[in-house]
Design a protein around this ligand. Structure first.
Ligand code: NAD
Ligand code: GLY
Length: 359
């Protein structure tokens, strides 16, 4: 097992990464629980695999379980309200800990409920998708979707710890594994050229779920995430770079109906669009734009936007992006492979060329 520390002063927390952690030392989890009660939140797909082992780990606590329906379309205020109702029915108090067992949807919504219930209770992340392991479980962004925009309602609320049992990836669908790889590739593109080369060399091993390759990819990604979040917890600066491809991607997710394009798939296509715009700006060479497209395609990810989406569709959704400041859209672009930048200094004509596919 490897343990990283996300350094946030008194709100610092460990990220444990390893095989078999769900059937290992219960103390890793229970040491982080300040009261005597917990509520495990999971969904109907994940619970049959991993609820029992987690219940064994938390056997020393008074725990109840809430099983939610599966899917991005359930990441709503109404579902958060189901968690509040359960907490009230269980007479939860300020020392109750929520434990999120699942992917990014369960993690985001459980964290959001933890941020709101009685103005903030503890929560723990037990991520079970690659995407959640490398991104959503670390860093304290929590929230739900609104019909008019993705992740528009939320709060920053850090977990007490993140427990990553890499064995859980063995039951994940291929398409979901690929979606997680989009976020892994993101770290290489924005800040680590050497990691990009490693990913290029190990893509087949990752797709074959080689435990060593997966552990390395998760560890490296979490190191990057922890460094960025420690430096800019509330996204006043460089944390925005973690949103490479997300402005285009969120537009795709919202326009196509939440859940039809997976978040990681939309981010992959959005990343290619960001690379194309960077290419039109002269910041990336044509072969570098080609490399971005090629690496994502090798991870079995979509690299072209849905044909049914018009430039106007993109513009409508991009206008409500959280990176719009004082009415000005900021995008994450690449000034080289391994070098991201947050900027509003892009040519709007070039952006239109990307959106209208007149490259
Ligand atoms: P998800 O939570 O919907 O999980 C994907 C699917 O895999 C679901 O059907 C789930 O039930 C199933 N599943 C999960 N673990 C499994 C396992 N081990 N075996 C078998 N099936 C399993 O999707 P996701 O990709 O994990 O997360 C996407 C969400 O994360 C989006 O809502 C996105 O906005 C959010 N997100 C948040 C952050 C953040 O910083 N908070 C960052 C990135 C993404
Ligand atoms: N997933 C982007 C962030 O955590 O900032």
């Amino acid at each position: 097992m490897k343990t990283l520390n996300l350094d946030l002063g008194e709100r610092s927390y460990p990220i444990h990464i390893g095989q078999g952690l769900l059937s290992g030392d219960a103390g890793l989890l229970t040491r982080q629980i300040r009261g005597r009660s917990g509520v495990i939140v999971s969904n109907e797909t994940i619970a049959p695999f991993y609820l029992e082992p987690l219940q064994r780990l938390t056997a020393g606590l008074k725990t109840s379980t809430l099983i939610l329906p599966d899917g991005e379309s359930w990441k709503t205020l109404e579902t958060a309200d189901r968690i509040f109702t359960h907490l009230l029915e269980q007479h939860a108090d300020r020392r109750t800990t929520l434990i999120a067992l699942g992917g990014g949807v369960i993690g985001d919504i459980t964290g959001f409920a933890a941020a709101c219930f009685q103005r903030g209770i503890d929560f723990i992340q037990v991520p079970t998708t690659l995407l959640a392991m490398v991104d959503s479980s670390v860093g304290g962004k929590t929230g739900v979707n609104h019909a008019l925009g993705k992740n528009m309602i939320g709060a920053f609320h850090q977990p007490r710890c993140v427990l990553i049992d890499t064995d859980t990836l063995q039951t994940l669908a291929d398409r979901e594994l690929s979606a997680g790889l989009a976020e892994v590739i993101k770290y290489g593109l924005i800040r680590d050229r050497g990691f990009l080369d490693w990913l290029d060399a190990h893509m087949d091993a990752l797709l074959a779920r080689d435990p060593q390759a997966l552990t390395h990819a998760i560890l490296r990604s979490c190191e990057h995430k922890a460094e960025v979040v420690a430096a800019d917890e509330f996204e006043t600066g460089q944390r925005a770079m973690l949103n490479l491809g997300h402005t285009f991607g969120h537009a795709i997710e919202a326009a196509m109906g939440y859940g039809n394009w997976l978040h990681g798939e939309a981010v992959a296509t959005g990343t290619v669009m960001a690379a194309e715009l960077s290419g039109l700006m002269g910041w990336l060479a044509p072969d570098e734009v080609g490399f971005v497209r090629h690496l994502l395609a090798r991870a079995h990810l979509p690299v072209t936007p849905p044909t049914e989406m018009t430039a106007a569709d993109f513009s409508r959704y991009m206008a409500v992006d959280k990176k719009v400041l004082d009415g000005t859209l900021r995008l994450i672009l690449l000034t080289g492979l391994g070098q991201g930048t947050v900027t509003s200094e892009f040519d709007p004509v070039a952006l239109q060329r990307v959106l209208t596919r007149t490259l």
